[in-house]
Design a protein around this ligand. Structure first.
Ligand SMILES: *Cc1c(COP(=O)(O)O)cnc(C)c1O
Length: 396
């Protein structure tokens, strides 16, 4: 008999996801090999139509990665040397590096504690005559407070570039991430909610001219017939990625519903084991669809690392997104920020802990993770009988 308490729980399990759709993925790949058309072409055009329809955007443009999606979008908005772009310091590195890569300056604004997202109330004071855009990051799968952000952008004539990498399918008052600003950027990095078999990205917009410019920027600024009107990048989406992503897009809403259910189950388990004071569960704001690319709790009382180490020792999946805010990264020293500048981001980076939330995780695996946290915190709640008892001898 297997002692279930000793079976590891992975942080993500893309193998489980693949097994459920392997036949269709292989058939889609086969189709691409038969055509021998590997870059852009019909598969990419079809995925672009499907993503545009899914998000409710007029245009969708595939490119080589999420990072390139940000770079291409900002190039198309003429963001370059001398420009400032306001964004969050509590995000993945690429958000700010894309701004820096173009010679523009990332200007950070702290996050709000509940949603981990940009504190929109602090954005306006960061606007200067050099500000050209605001880049809200819909972190972990929940959208930023866009209505206030849009009115600030409007008042100052700024563009909004959404970093929607973690938020495909997320909604704000019924509208999708990717159509809440001027341009939306998605990544198909394999661990995103819609992940490819390698790198890939997508840009959404309702603006015809912007879309046309992004389309030519991704192919060296070529308008056709080797006629180059400006200098772009080589950043195209592979047909193989598109064919695979088209299969996965059909599953996306079911997977997302799974993530949402798993999140609710964690909320319940954390309550059940009496951990609610020590472990603050993610805040879902009204009128949002949070798609839980990550389920990130806040471990209070300076005990995050203790919990992290204990879960790791017990082989229970967990991760820290992100351990160091961007304003404190060595490569951004020249921006002149200091420790203490963004206290909420700094405190959050010490408290945040992401738990396994992939669609295929079982209730028993989730319970093992929460019991692991209770153990790490020396919690008496462990006396509680399990909400989801293991069936004896059953494999994980
Ligand atoms: C995944 C991610 C990126 C990077 O996207 P790539 O496709 O790997 O370039 C950027 N920003 C955020 C917030 C992400 O989660």
């Amino acid at each position: 008999m297997v002692d279930q308490s000793l079976v590891p729980v992975p942080f993500t399990d893309l193998v489980a996801q693949h097994h459920n759709i392997a036949d269709r993925i292989l058939a889609a790949s086969q189709r691409v090999f038969e055509s021998q058309a590997f870059i852009l072409g019909e598969e990419v055009a079809a995925l672009e139509r499907e993503i545009a329809e899914y998000c409710g955007a007029k245009h969708a443009i595939g490119c080589a990665s999420g990072t390139d999606a940000l770079i291409l979008s900002m190039m198309a908005l003429d963001i370059g040397p001398g420009a400032e772009v306001i964004t969050s310091p509590f995000t993945f590195f690429a958000t700010a590096s894309a701004i820096h890569r173009l010679g523009a300056r990332p200007v950070f604004v702290d996050i709000e504690p509940g949603s981990y997202n940009l504190d929109v109330a602090q954005v306006e004071v960061a606007v200067t005559p050099k500000t050209k855009a605001i880049m809200p990051v819909h972190l972990f799968g929940q959208t930023v407070e866009m209505e206030s952000l849009r009115s600030i952008a409007k008042a100052h004539g700024l563009s909004i570039v959404e970093d929607a990498y973690q938020a495909i399918g997320a909604q704000y008052f019924g509208r999708h991430a990717g159509v809440l600003g001027d341009v939306g950027c998605f990544s198909f990095f394999p661990t995103k909610n819609l992940g490819g078999a390698g790198d890939g990205g997508m840009i959404t917009t309702d603006k015809d001219e912007l879309a046309a410019r992004i389309r030519r920027l991704r192919v060296h600024g070529d308008i056709g017939g080797y006629e180059h009107v400006e200098i772009g990048l080589n950043s195209r989406l592979d047909a193989l990625q598109a064919a695979i992503l088209r299969v996965k897009l059909e599953e996306l809403d079911a997977w997302t519903d799974g993530r949402i259910q798993n999140a609710a189950r964690y909320d319940r388990l954390i309550q059940h084991y009496g951990l609610a004071d020590a472990v603050e569960v993610p805040v879902v704001l009204p009128n949002r669809r949070h798609v839980f690319n990550q389920y990130s709790v806040r471990v209070t009382g300076g005990r995050r690392d203790q919990v992290l180490q204990s879960l790791r020792a017990d082989k229970l999946g967990c991760a820290v997104y992100y351990p160091k805010p961007l304003h404190l990264q060595t490569c951004f020293d020249s921006l002149g920020y200091q420790a203490g500048d963004f206290p909420v981001s700094e405190a959050t980076s010490q408290e945040v802990l992401s738990l396994p939330i992939f669609a295929e995780i079982t209730a028993q695996q989730q319970e093992r993770v929460v019991r692991g946290m209770a153990r790490a915190l020396g919690n008496t709640g462990l006396n509680q009988s399990p909400l989801f008892p293991e069936i004896r001898g059953q494999a994980a």
